[in-house]
Ligand binder design. Structure first.
Ligand SMILES: Nc1nc2c(ncn2[C@@H]2O[C@H](COP(=O)(O)OP(=O)(O)OP(=O)(O)O)[C@@H](O)[C@H]2O)c(=O)[nH]1
Ligand SMILES: [Mg+2]
Length: 420
C-alpha cells in the first residue's frame, strides 16, 4: 500500500494517470478483500475513470464524499423474537455493554420487552438497535407488523429464537423480503444446549454433532414453514467469539451497502483477533483513501494546502483509535476490574497510552521522506505538501498498528482469565 501512495506521487508528477488508474483498482481490491470496503461499485468506477482522465480534483471530491457518507451513515437494526429468546442480550452484546451497565437493555427471565424500544449505540450515535416485541404475542399481525415498527428505516432484521422458529417468524421473513430488506435467523443459547447434552449424554457427547443437529433442525423447521435457503446463525450471547457470531458479522458486513459498512465494522466488539483485524482493515482503507485524496490535492494547482498532522491532531487521532478498539480510559478501567489487576499495571502495559513517546518517534517523518525521495528524487525534490501528505499517512498507520497491538494484548489477557 505504501508503494502505491509513493507510486502515486511519481505517477501524478509525471502525468502518468493511465498507469495510476491501472494500479488503483488492484491495490484497493487487495485492501478490502477481507470484508468489503466503503466505496460502492459505482463510486469505485467513477474514481477509476477520473484517474484515467487525470481529473485529480474529481478524484479528490469523490473520495471526500465517500468518506463523509461512511462517517455519517445511519444504521438501524431490528431485532425481533419471542419473549425470553435473548433479544436484549444480543443487543447489549452488539452495543458492547454488560447486562449490568446502566445503558443496557433490560435482560430477565420474565417478559421484559413489551413494546418496541430503540437503543442507541453508546459510541456511535447514528446506530440504533430496535428491540421489537415477539412474533408470538397476541398483538402480532404480519400484515401490519412491519409498518408498526417503522421498518422502512431498518437496514436489516435479525429474527431470534432460542428453540424453533414460529410460523409468524416465517410470515414476517416473507414480508421483510417483499419489502426488499434483508433478514437473518439467529438461534441463541446454543451454549446451554451443549451444556445439557453433555450433562445428559457424557459418553456420547460430541460438540460438533450437537451443533449440526441444531442447525439441521432449524433448517428443517424453517423449510417446513415455507422459508427456503435461510441464513441461520447459531450463537451464544455469553460467548460471542464461539459458534457462528463471527460468520454473522462477516455476512452482515458483506451484505450492507458500502457506505454503511465502515460504521458497522467500528461497532463490532473486540471478541477475537479476527474482529480486531476487520476493524483495522476498515481503518486502513480510510487512511489510504485520505492519503490518496491529500496526494491528489498536492498536484492540483492552487490547492496545495493540506491539513497537517500537528500535535492536537495526532492526539485526537490516537484517542479516536483507542476508542474504536475499546482502549478509551473508561474501557481500560473496566478491563482492569475484570482482570482484577491494578489499573496502573494495565496502563503500564499499553503502548498507546504513552503519547509523548509516540510523537517523539520521528520515524514517521523519516518514513515519509524516504518514501517520497525514493520516487520523486528525479523531479528535483518533492513538494513539502507531498511530504506532509505522506507524514499524515505514515502517522495514522503507526498509531493504528500500536492500538491494534495493544487491543490484541488485552484480548489475550481477557482470554486467559475467562479460561481459568
Ligand atoms: N445460556 C444462555 N442464556 C441466554 C442467552 N441469551 C440470553 N440468555 C438468557 O435468557 C434470558 C432472557 O434474555 P433476554 O435478553 O432478556 O431475552 P429477551 O428476548 O429480550 O426477552 P423479552 O424482553 O422478555 O422479550 C436471560 O436470563 C438471559 O441471561 C444465551 O445465548 N445463552
Ligand atoms: Mg428484552
Amino acid at each position: 500500500m505504501d508503494q502505491f501512495i509513493s507510486a502515486f506521487l511519481k505517477g501524478a508528477s509525471e502525468n502518468n494517470f493511465h498507469q495510476l488508474a491501472k494500479e488503483f483498482l488492484p491495490q484497493y481490491s487487495a485492501l478490502i478483500s477481507k470484508a468489503g470496503g466503503m466505496l460502492s461499485p459505482d463510486t469505485l468506477s467513477t474514481i477509476h475513470k477520473a484517474f484515467q482522465e487525470g481529473k485529480l480534483s474529481d478524484v479528490m471530491s469523490h473520495i471526500q464524499e465517500a468518506i463523509s457518507a461512511a462517517e455519517n451513515a445511519v444504521l438501524e437494526v431490528a431485532v425481533i423474537g419471542e419473549s425470553g429468546t435473548g433479544k436484549s442480550s444480543f443487543i447489549n452484546a452488539l452495543r458492547g455493554l454488560s447486562h449490568e451497565s446502566e445503558e443496557s437493555a433490560d435482560v430477565g427471565t420474565v417478559e421484559t420487552t413489551m413494546c418496541r424500544t430503540p437503543y442507541q449505540h453508546p459510541k456511535y450515535l447514528n446506530v440504533i438497535f430496535w428491540d421489537l416485541p415477539g412474533t408470538r404475542t397476541p398483538n402480532f399481525y404480519p400484515d401490519t407488523y412491519l409498518d408498526k415498527v417503522g421498518f422502512a428505516n431498518c437496514d436489516f432484521f435479525i429474527i431470534i429464537s432460542s428453540s424453533r422458529f414460529s410460523l409468524n417468524d416465517a410470515l414476517l421473513a416473507q414480508k421483510i423480503k417483499d419489502a426488499g430488506k434483508k433478514f437473518y435467523f439467529v438461534r441463541t443459547k446454543v451454549d446451554s444446549d451443549l451444556y445439557s447434552e453433555e450433562k445428559t449424554k457424557p459418553t456420547t457427547f460430541k460438540k460438533e454433532e450437537v451443533l449440526q443437529r441444531i442447525r439441521d433442525y432449524c433448517l428443517a423447521n424453517l423449510n417446513n414453514i415455507g422459508v427456503t435457503e435461510p441464513h441461520i446463525f447459531l450463537i451464544s450471547n455469553f460467548d460471542l467469539d464461539a459458534f457462528d457470531f463471527p460468520k454473522l458479522e462477516e455476512t452482515l458486513l458483506k451484505e450492507l451497502p458500502g457506505h454503511k459498512r465502515h460504521m458497522f465494522a467500528m461497532l463490532l466488539p473486540n471478541i477475537s483477533d479476527a474482529s480486531i483485524e476487520i476493524k483495522k482493515h476498515f481503518l486502513q482503507e480510510k487512511i489510504f483513501l485520505e492519503a490518496l485524496k491529500s496526494s491528489a490535492v498536492s498536484f492540483i494547482p492552487w490547492m496545495t494546502f493540506i491539513s497537517g498532522f500537528d500535535l492536537p491532531q495526532q492526539e485526537k487521532c490516537l484517542k479516536e483509535y483507542r476508542s474504536y478498539f475499546g482502549l478509551d480510559d473508561k474501557s481500560i478501567e473496566e478491563i482492569a476490574e475484570k482482570l482484577d489487576t491494578p489499573l496502573e499495571d494495565i496502563k503500564g502495559q499499553l503502548k498507546c497510552l504513552d503519547f509523548w513517546s509516540r510523537v517523539k518517534d520521528d520515524s514517521i517523518i523519516a518514513q515519509a521522506r524516504s518514501a517520497v525521495e525514493a520516487f520523486c528524487a528525479l523531479k528535483g525534490g518533492p513538494a513539502s505538501s507531498v511530504i506532509q501528505a505522506l507524514k499524515v499517512y505514515c502517522g495514522h498507520t503507526q498509531f493504528l498498528n500500536i492500538v491494534v497491538e495493544d487491543a490484541k494484548h488485552l484480548l489475550r489477557k481477557m482470554e486467559t482469565v475467562n479460561a481459568a
